[in-house]
Design a binder for this molecule. Structure first.
Ligand code: S3P
Length: 193
């Protein structure tokens, strides 16, 4: 049972490492909605990894593929769409995504990003470089924040599990557990009676 509103899709935005893909997958599973990860779609279409697209075709070509993937993503209603960290910087993307469904900004601190992605080598804009990395993250986040803040809602994710992020997002969009629903444990404890 969910509280109040009918689930009509969702868009997750936020910096690299904010957990958009994991939370998006979890939310789509709970809501029985289709999950679409934009980077996966782009890789599928291009036949190569994001890192290779940046290396061989450049960022501008990647951004064009990203715009195209968004136009395609919003053509079917009710999806949970996880965006790449730079997607919401583009005005057309913002307009399409905001019109599609509630947009939730998964906020994360630079320190948390640095620790979550310290071993990650898949993100071309953040090739793990130890101590320098956190300052670069701070700068990039500051540049991007005005766009992220155009989301409909913000959810803080530091120190949260994927499940806790999903709980918060669903609650904020009015699709969390109904306030008077009884949570049933594995043995049926909590059953009224
Ligand atoms: C990017 C974030 C990446 C991916 C690409 C560019 C960015 O997605 O789209 O490497 O500009 O922040 P994630 O946010 O899923 O890492």
């Amino acid at each position: 049972m969910t509280g109040g509103r009918t689930f009509r899709g969702l868009v997750l935005i936020g910096f690299m490492g904010s957990g958009k893909t994991s939370a998006g997958r979890e939310i789509s599973r709970r809501m029985g909605a289709e999950f679409l990860d934009l980077d996966d779609r782009i890789e599928h279409h291009a036949g190569m990894r994001v890192r290779e697209i940046f290396a061989t075709r450049g960022e501008a070509a990647f951004r064009e593929m990203e715009r195209e993937a968004i136009r395609e993503a919003v053509s079917v209603a009710g999806r949970v769409i996880a965006t790449g960290g730079g997607a919401f910087q583009n005005e057309e993307n913002r307009r399409l995504l905001k019109r599609y469904a509630p947009v939730v900004f998964l906020e994360v601190t630079p320190g948390e990003v640095a620790s979550r992605l310290s071993e990650d080598r898949t993100r071309p804009l953040l090739p793990g470089r130890g101590i320098m990395e956190e300052r670069e993250i701070v700068n990039m986040m500051d540049t991007r924040r005005p766009a992220y803040e155009q989301a409909d809602l913000t959810v803080r994710t530091d120190g949260c599990t994927v499940s806790q992020v999903a709980d918060q997002v669903l609650e904020r969009i009015g699709c969390g557990p109904a306030p008077n629903s009884v949570l049933q444990g594995p043995e049926g404890e909590g059953t009224p009676g």
